[in-house]
Design a protein around this ligand. Structure first.
Ligand code: MRU
Length: 339
């Protein structure tokens, strides 16, 4: 069993502090929206759907102080991380909910409405992931080995997970799934989070460094690569954790199906292709840190994009809560989003 990841508790937001995992299970108590914003920026809470859920609760922390306070919270939360579109999607939902209230609604009504919306976003994400998991599970053989990257699990969502949700649902359907998890430099979400999450759930999971993926695919039978997404453009180009693109190129080379698992809240129909997806660049020190505890010299020039874009042409299917979309993606995406 996993501890709660995002928990509203007596008018405070309690976040499982993912910076501390797997060494210790600690919770970060947030009393103001700015606490949530900082938790998102520092990756105490991370993963596209979880960022959106946490942000919605972050607005709830301020909504009882009036519309202006809620708007300030939305503005602050919107500048935390640029790539995960679920953040903006969730904030828009909260904003729309506030707009539907009468102009003279008391602050207590604003608070209740935002809190209710945040709970709905969290609940719908969990339900969506279960549906997404069931449709993705059908794509996997009865006995299979899959490779994943970063953490697109219960820790990154309202529960169950997207990429890891497919793996969980496959097991629930009686399939035998073995997992290889890439460590995911520089912040090691795969090593620290995915392996921890899957081991706690009793999965057969093996860790590898990102640069071992090619050797793994060459030397063992890998039946599928399954990853999550931070933003999917109208044509299917997909932004996800840096390193995903290299895995997709390798998977194509070896003829291995490459699946993206994501809820519809991760699609951005306003962006025609991956070129327009904003890619977050993070602090050089994340790369500068050495395993032994030291730092690379400050004068080293470092490039640290947090995400990359996988071309739709490298993706075998995009698995959503409404079912899987197969290439060419544009039509399927448009129809799923319009339903
Ligand atoms: O920087 P992170 O840890 O927030 O990046 C997370 C990912 O890239 C996930 O794969 C993505 O958000 C999907 S989570 C269901």
């Amino acid at each position: 069993m996993l501890p709660p990841v995002i928990l509203w508790n007596e008018n405070r937001l309690s976040l499982l502090d993912q910076r501390r995992l797997p060494c210790s299970v600690e919770f970060l108590e947030c009393e103001r929206a700015v606490d949530v914003a900082e938790a998102i920026e520092t990756l105490a809470v991370r993963g596209a759907p979880a960022i959106g859920i946490a942000a919605a609760f972050g607005v709830a922390l301020e909504a009882g102080k009036g519309r202006a306070a809620a708007s300030r919270a939305i503005e602050r939360l919107a500048v935390t991380r640029p790539t995960a579109v679920n953040l903006f999607w969730a904030l828009r939902r909260v904003e729309a909910r506030l707009r539907r209230l009468p102009a003279d609604a008391p602050d207590s009504a604003l608070f209740s409405a935002v809190l209710d919306e945040a709970f709905a976003i969290q609940r719908e994400d969990l339900e969506g992931n279960r549906a997404l998991g069931r449709s993705g599970a059908k794509l996997l053989p009865d006995e299979c080995t899959v490779m994943t990257h970063c953490n697109a699990g219960a820790l990154a969502t309202g529960g169950h997970g997207t990429a890891l949700g497919v793996i969980r649902s496959a097991r629930d359907a009686g399939k035998k799934v073995r997992v290889f998890a890439c460590e995911t430099r520089p912040l090691l979400q795969g090593a620290r989070l995915t392996v921890w999450e899957l081991m706690r759930d009793g999965f057969d999971v093996t860790l590898l460094c990102d640069n071992m993926a090619g050797s793994l695919m060459k030397s063992r039978r890998i039946d599928a690569v399954i990853v999550g997404a931070d933003r999917i453009a109208a044509n299917g180009d997909t932004a996800n954790k840096i390193g995903t693109y290299s895995h997709a190129v390798l998977a194509k080379h070896f003829g291995i199906p490459f699946y993206v698992a994501a809820p519809l809240s991760t699609f951005d129909a306003s962006i025609p292709s991956g070129e327009a997806i904003p890619i977050e660049e993070r602090a050089a020190d994340e790369v500068r840190k050495l395993p032994g505890g030291g730092m690379l010299p400050a004068e080293y020039s470092i490039w640290n994009p947090a995400f990359d874009v996988t071309d739709a042409s490298l993706i075998s299917a995009i698995i959503t809560e409404k079912g899987a979309i197969f290439p060419p993606f544009a039509e399927g995406i448009a129809s799923f989003l319009s339903e």
